[in-house]
Design a protein around this ligand. Structure first.
Ligand code: NAD
Length: 315
């Protein structure tokens, strides 16, 4: 199949491109590198079915596609707070451009939304029919609210034009190809632990998070795109194993054999207290299950971070 992956030079996008190529699809990867990395796609450039286009997807461009995975958007707090306007535009204007192409070409469309659309949730765990508790004018709103608008646009293309769409709400994902110290919990903790530097926790460490290894997440994206019964549907994708931030810090210190200490700083604005999906719908309709245990996933991620940090120190 002819697939397009916007944001394909990013963390999840590059893992998705790799998997699509392995399954025999052709991939047009489109990215403007605002938060992505050339290193993430370097191993793919020689693949005969892989094409890379450096382009901002808010600006129209011509391409052929049977399936469009629209992942482009800064995703880490550091990324979207540094580029708030670009984040709003890619999730609104960029989503519109990709939906227009899906409509005109009768292509299937998937938007990668986020658990952040639930804001600081008042219902726990979160099911897809929970509407969320989002501060529309806070520092995270450029991300949360533009993803919510991206979802709204997507559903209107479904209602108005019967475009073949689906929405996936991704929960905290970790693994190879993520950015070093990008403001997200796992990359930050691993980077610090590998350097035996202090690990910073914002708040008292009792906030909870559930994390999903990237290969499991990518498997869910493929199922949501290609399985029957997904048109016009929204799916949570994420692990239900919930731990406190402090527990993650201790786990990573142990797995890295690190001597890092833990330092506490004030909580960040609008940082949710608890985050855990109810993934029953993905399990039932997509047959999706987590395959990689947390300890295995963290070990693989730590190994990759070790190599990336060593590589960066030589360039
Ligand atoms: P990332 O920042 O690593 O990747 C995003 C990619 O999009 C980058 O390569 C960036 O350069 C590209 N991009 C941004 N704006 C663009 C534009 N206008 N034109 C072309 N390319 C553009 O982030 P990620 O973690 O890989 O996230 C991918 C998607 O998954 C995002 O939509 C994000 O909102 C969603 N998501 C991720 C997580 C997570 O835990 N990583 C959680 C929830 C949702």
């Amino acid at each position: 199949m002819k697939t397009v992956v916007t944001g394909g030079a990013g963390f999840i996008g590059s893992n998705l491109c790799t998997r699509l190529l392995a399954e025999g699809h052709s991939v047009l990867c489109v990215d403007n590198f605002i938060t992505g990395s050339h290193d993430n796609i370097a191993p793919l450039l020689s693949h005969p079915n892989f094409t890379f286009l450096q382009h901002d997807v808010t600006i129209p461009f011509e391409f052929e596609a049977e399936a469009i995975f629209h992942l482009a958007s800064p995703a880490s707090p550091v990324g979207y707070m540094e580029h708030p306007i670009e984040t709003i535009l890619v999730n609104s204007q960029g989503t519109y451009q990709m939906l227009e192409q899906a409509r005109k070409q009768n292509a299937s469309f998937l938007i990668s939304s986020t658990s952040e659309i639930y804001g600081d949730p008042l219902i726990h765990p979160q099911r897809e029919d929970y509407w969320g508790n989002v501060n529309p004018i806070g520092p995270r709103a450029c991300y949360d609210e533009s993803k919510r608008l991206g979802e709204t646009l997507t559903m209107e293309y479904y209602r108005q034009y019967q475009t073949d769409v689906r929405i996936v709400r991704i929960f905290n994902t970790y693994g190879p190809n993520s950015q070093i110290e990008d403001g997200r919990m796992i990359p930050n903790f691993i980077t610090r632990a590998l350097k035996n530097e202090p690990i910073t926790i914002y708040g008292d460490g009792n906030k909870t998070r559930s994390i999903t290894y990237v290969s499991d997440l990518v498997d869910g994206l493929l199922r949501a795109m290609f399985k029957p019964g997904t048109i016009g549907e929204v799916f949570n994708l994420g692990s239900t194993e919930e731990h406190t931030v402090l527990e993650y810090a201790h786990m990573i210190i142990r797995l890295c054999n690190a001597s890092s200490t833990i330092v506490f700083e004030p909580s960040r604005v609008d940082d949710p207290e608890r985050r855990r999906p109810n993934p029953t719908k993905a399990q039932q309709i997509l047959g999706w299950q987590r395959q990689v245990s947390m300890e295995d996933g963290l070990r693989q991620t730590i190994e990759w971070f070790g190599k990336r940090i060593a590589h960066l120190s030589t360039v």
